[in-house]
Design a protein around this ligand. Structure first.
Ligand SMILES: [Zn+2]
Length: 274
């Protein structure tokens, strides 16, 4: 079943998680409904792509209102396709929310078990990974392009949570809207890294088109990595939404030839009023 439900033109929600876990906000934005212009039309969330700062801040404030999660409680990162994952506390709130300068440097994953913090990351084709362990109130997010994927950012999140006393069978994951296998053509350089991450797998996450050219399913590869890290298959949901196929709803770095906006993934526990 598709984990993402279209609730409003500007964002998809992880509906079954939000129904099961009261107080949870989790989803990903679309490109529709904001105030960015040109190649960033309309709802660009990325500060670093050349869009007007005012437009990005206005789009972010608009989302904050829509999902009822104040901008001052967001955290964001300067993502570098690496595998650094940070534990976030309330003291970090606001970093990277309204400027790129204040974002966490060189960070591609966040997790927290505190309320009132929205973990955000930006995408245009790379794979958004969402994590939750409801018993432990732990939530997390990671940005997995091909580099982050082959370097095991998904596994690293599971290891970090292991250090917090959370076993893999108590972790659930959602693999979000990103470039599909059909749209993602790569060369031998990338496939060599992919091969190095695979051991004894029957079904490869890629297909050969011709000598030196392959279609790569990054979502499947991330799922394989999560399974290998011990997450039960029943705990993993994978979207069918493709950032490149769906031109009207998503930005795609590949399709738009590098000049485009960014979607924003988010996950957070709303503050419970006392
Ligand atoms: Zn596609």
């Amino acid at each position: 079943m598709e984990p993402f439900a279209y609730n409003h033109q500007s964002y998809f929600l992880i509906k079954n998680w939000m129904e099961q876990y009261p107080g949870l906000a989790a989803g990903i934005t679309t490109k529709i409904g904001g105030s960015s212009t040109g190649v960033y039309e309309d709802f660009n969330m990325g500060f670093h792509v050349g869009d007007q700062l005012d437009a990005v801040c206005s789009n972010r404030s608009q989302l904050a209102d829509l999902i009822q999660f104040p901008l001052k409680s967001w955290v964001g990162a300067e993502q570098t396709h690496d595998t650094v994952i940070r534990k976030i506390t309330k003291n970090d709130r606001g970093k990277g929310s309204d400027s790129y300068d204040s974002a966490f440097k060189g960070t591609d994953g966040f997790y927290t078990n505190e309320e009132g913090i929205l973990l955000t990351l930006c995408y245009a084709d790379c794979v958004p990974l969402f994590f939750i362990s409801p018993i432990h109130r732990m939530i997390g997010a990671a940005h997995a392009g091909w580099k982050g994927t082959v370097n095991g950012i998904a596994r690293k999140m599971i290891e970090k949570w292991g250090e917090e006393g959370i076993p893999p069978n108590e972790i659930f994951a959602v693999i979000g809207p990103s470039i599909c296998e059909k749209c993602y053509i790569v060369n031998d350089y990338v496939i060599n890294f992919v091969e190095n991450t695979l051991e004894d797998v029957e079904k490869k996450p890629y297909n050969t088109i011709k000598e030196g050219q392959y279609t790569l399913d990054l979502r499947k590869l991330n799922k394989m990595i999560l399974l290998k890290a011990g997450i039960p298959e029943k705990n993993i949901q994978v979207t069918k939404l493709c950032s490149s196929c769906d031109q009207s709803e998503f930005f795609s770095h590949r399709r738009d030839q590098g000049k485009t906006g960014r979607m924003l993934s988010y996950i957070g526990w709303k503050e419970t009023s006392e």
